[in-house]
Design a binder for this molecule. Structure first.
Ligand SMILES: [Zn+2]
Length: 284
């Protein structure tokens, strides 16, 4: 796991075990706020040991930015913390989260100690603020990647934890294409110092607007590709010819996983426009 400091009191942890998923910690004199908890027990325990033993800063709040395993499985290692999420995250953890964990534990023995923790505090609309020590973290709903996704802004530092609303390629197969466009637009002109993506590298101030613009363009381009394919009577399989580069994104990030995400985006959009049932998505 990599650790970097993006502001005096803000750390980002990036997994080396799964898809460069990120977690973040905000340090205050009253304890810390942890945003997401990675997947594997050894990573969550390493975060806890860094914050609580090395910095002497117990974790008071854990924010689950959405219910996907790669963002929530470590939550059970922070007993004593109040867990916060969007109301839909609670429902999805209780249903799909529990079912997914049972399946994952069958194939991945390292996950045997994981338990789903249902959030203690939820919000539904507008914003929710957490005040701890000298920091304020503002949360708001940002659906699209998943129905329950939220983003978190550390107001004093203007550091945004965008979760999977921003990742190397926009990914909406478990959410909604249209919602993701709205949520990306809502992040424009936010004056952020740094933006922590749910996966991959931290985006610096000067690159944020370009990144959001590029993501919106990608979504527009794939839509026009898919619509054209449908007009020409192409099958789902024919979409494999639409390369990620032709839609304005690189195939390199996340060790190439982005190509798989891109293909799933194309399939989902094709099936959505055709009014077909969507196949079971890969959750990232
Ligand atoms: Zn993710």
């Amino acid at each position: 796991m990599q650790r970097e400091r993006v502001a005096d009191d803000i750390y980002v942890f990036t997994s080396e075990l799964y898809a460069q998923v990120t977690a973040g910690a905000i340090i205050t004199p009253e304890g810390s706020i942890l945003i997401d908890t990675l997947v594997f027990p050894e990573e969550a325990r390493a975060i806890r040991s860094f914050l609580e033993t090395r910095l002497n800063c117990p974790v008071r709040y854990v924010i689950n930015t959405h219910y996907h395993a790669d963002h929530t499985y470590g939550t059970c290692f922070f007993d004593g913390a109040q867990v916060v999420s969007h109301i839909r995250c609670y429902d999805l953890l209780e249903t799909r989260g529990q079912d997914g964990l049972r399946l994952a534990q069958q194939s991945t023995p390292e996950l045997r100690d994981i338990e789903i923790v249902l959030p203690h505090m939820v919000f539904e609309s507008g914003t929710m603020s957490i005040h701890l020590g000298n920091k304020t973290v503002e949360l708001w709903h940002s659906p699209g990647h998943s129905p329950d996704a939220i983003v978190c802004l550390v107001k004093e530092d203007r550091v945004l934890f965008a979760s999977d609303t921003l990742m190397p390629v926009p990914y909406f197969v478990d959410g909604s294409y249209n919602d993701l466009i709205l949520s990306l637009n809502a992040l424009r002109n936010g004056g952020y110092e740094n933006v922590v993506q749910g996966h991959g590298e931290v985006i610096l101030r000067g690159e944020v607007e370009e990144k959001i613009q590029g993501d919106l363009e990608y979504l527009e381009i794939i839509r026009s590709h898919v619509e054209k394919a449908i007009r020409k009577g192409k099958t789902l399989h024919d979409l494999n010819h639409i390369s990620i580069e032709s839609c304005g994104k690189s195939r390199i990030p996340l060790n190439g996983l982005v190509q798989e995400l891109h293909r799933a985006n194309l399939y989902t959009l094709y099936q959505e426009i055709q009014g077909q049932a969507i196949q079971e998505p890969r959750l990232v």
